[in-house]
Design a protein around this ligand. Structure first.
Ligand code: UDP
Ligand code: MG
Length: 313
C-alpha cells in the first residue's frame, strides 16, 4: 500500500487538479493507495474541498490543523499517521509530478534502495540572486554539517516504511526535513527532473522566508557557527599584538605619540560589532534549545475523517 502525504495551505485552486491527476496515476499502478491531505490551517476553501473529496472517495483521508503550523509540521503529522508500506510526500501545486510515481515505485521494488528522492535538474526560471544564495547555502551546509543535502533536492520522495518510522522517532521541534532525510542515511536514489511551475495559486515563500529557513537549517544541523566567536577572538588577539608592536616602534623611532580619536572609535565599534554578532549567534542556539525544552506539540489536529489518528504530537 502507498500513502501519499500532501501538505496543503490555501490550495483551493490547485487541489482539484492535483486530486484528479494523482488519482489517475495511482489507479493505474497495481498497489492499494491512500491520499493523506494535511490542511495546514488554510484560510480559504481548502478544508471544504477536502471534506467533499473525502465524502466521494474512500481513499481520501484528511487532517485539518487548528492553525497554520508550517509545511514541516504538516509532513510530520502525515508521517506519524501513515498506514502504507511505501510513503511519498507531495506538494499540492503539481510541482511534484505524480507521473514520476510509477518509475519511483519500480526503483524501490527492485530492492536496491530505501528511498527515491527527486531534485530539480537545473535552476532555470529562478531569479539569479535566489539561485546564487541557494547554491551558497547547499555548499556551506554540506561543508559544516553531517546532513548530506543535494543541491536542488525537493521534499518529494518515496520511502519505505522503515525510513519513515526512523523520521518519526526524531521528534525534534525545529524540523528541517531536507537535513533529516540526509542525516538518517539509508540508500537513496536521486531522480532529476525539469522544474515545473506551480499549476495554480501562489507560492507561500518569499525571499526573506527562504533566507530564514536556510539559517534555521544551518543552526539545526551544525555547531560550526558557534565557533565563529573563538576564531574572531584569536584573529583579534593576533592583530592587537601587531598593533602594539607598531605603536611601540613608532614611539621609539619617530617619537610620535599615538594620535587619533577616529581610529580609536573605529576599533571600539568594530570589536563591539563582532561581539554583538557572536552573541546573536549564541542567542539563536539558545532560542532553539528553549523551544526544544518546552516540548510543545508539533501540530494539533482539530478535524479529521480518519480513525485512530494521533491528533497531537
Ligand atoms: N505548505 C504548507 N504549509 C505552509 C506553507 C506551504 O502546508 O505553511 C504546503 C503548500 O500547500 C504546498 C507545499 O507546502 O503544497 C509547498 O509550498 P509552496 O508551493 O508554496 O512552496 P514552493 O514550491 O514555492 O517552494
Ligand atoms: Mg510549490
Amino acid at each position: 500500500m502507498i500513502t501519499l502525504i500532501v501538505p496543503c495551505y490555501n490550495e483551493q485552486e490547485s487541489l482539484p487538479i492535483f486530486y484528479q491527476e494523482v488519482t489517475a496515476v495511482v489507479q493505474r499502478m497495481e498497489s492499494e493507495y491512500e491520499l493523506l491531505f494535511v490542511d495546514d490551517g488554510s484560510k480559504d476553501q481548502t478544508l471544504m474541498i477536502l471534506r467533499e473529496l473525502a465524502a466521494q472517495d474512500s481513499h481520501v483521508k484528511y487532517f485539518s490543523f487548528s492553525r497554520n503550523f508550517g509545511k514541516e509540521a504538516a509532513m510530520y503529522a502525515g508521517f506519524c499517521n501513515v498506514s502504507g508500506d511505501y510513503i511519498a510526500v507531495m506538494d499540492a501545486d503539481m510541482q511534484d509530478p505524480p507521473s514520476l510515481l510509477p518509475q519511483m515505485m519500480k526503483i524501490l521494488e527492485s530492492g536496491e534502495y530505501d528511498s527515491v528522492a527527486t531534485r530539480r535538474a537545473d535552476r532555470t526560471g529562478e531569479p539569479p540572486i535566489r539561485s546564487w544564495f541557494a547554491k551558497r547555502f547547499y555548499h556551506m551546509i554540506n561543508k559544516i554539517s553531517d546532513a548530506d543535502i543535494v543541491d536542488g533536492a525537493r521534499d518529494f520522495r518515496l520511502m519505505r516504511r522503515e525510513m519513515v518510522d526512523t523520521i518519526v522517532s526524531m521528534g525534534e521541534y525545529n524540523r528541517f526535513s531536507k537535513g533529516i532525510f540526509g542525516w538518517i542515511g539509508f540508500r537513496t536514489y536521486w531522480l532529476p527532473y525539469e522544474n515545473i511551475e506551480r499549476a495554480a495559486g501562489q507560492t507561500k515563500w518569499n525571499f526573506w522566508m527562504l533566507f530564514k529557513y536556510a539559517i534555521d537549517g544551518i543552526i539545526n544541523f551544525s555547531q560550526a557557527p558557534l565557533s565563529i566567536a573563538s576564531w574572531f577572538g584569536i584573529a583579534m588577539t593576533l592583530l592587537s599584538f601587531f598593533f602594539l608592536f607598531v605603536i611601540v616602534i613608532r614611539r621609539a623611532v619617530f617619537g610620535d605619540p599615538v594620535a587619533g580619536w577616529a581610529s580609536t572609535v573605529c576599533v571600539i565599534v568594530f570589536i563591539g560589532g563582532i561581539q554583538l554578532f557572536c552573541l546573536g549567534i549564541m542567542g539563536q542556539y539558545i532560542a532553539k534549545t528553549y523551544l526544544e525544552t518546552k516540548n510543545r506539540p508539533h501540530f494539533i489536529i482539530s478535524e479529521t475523517n480518519g480513525e485512530d489518528v494521533k491528533k497531537v504530537k
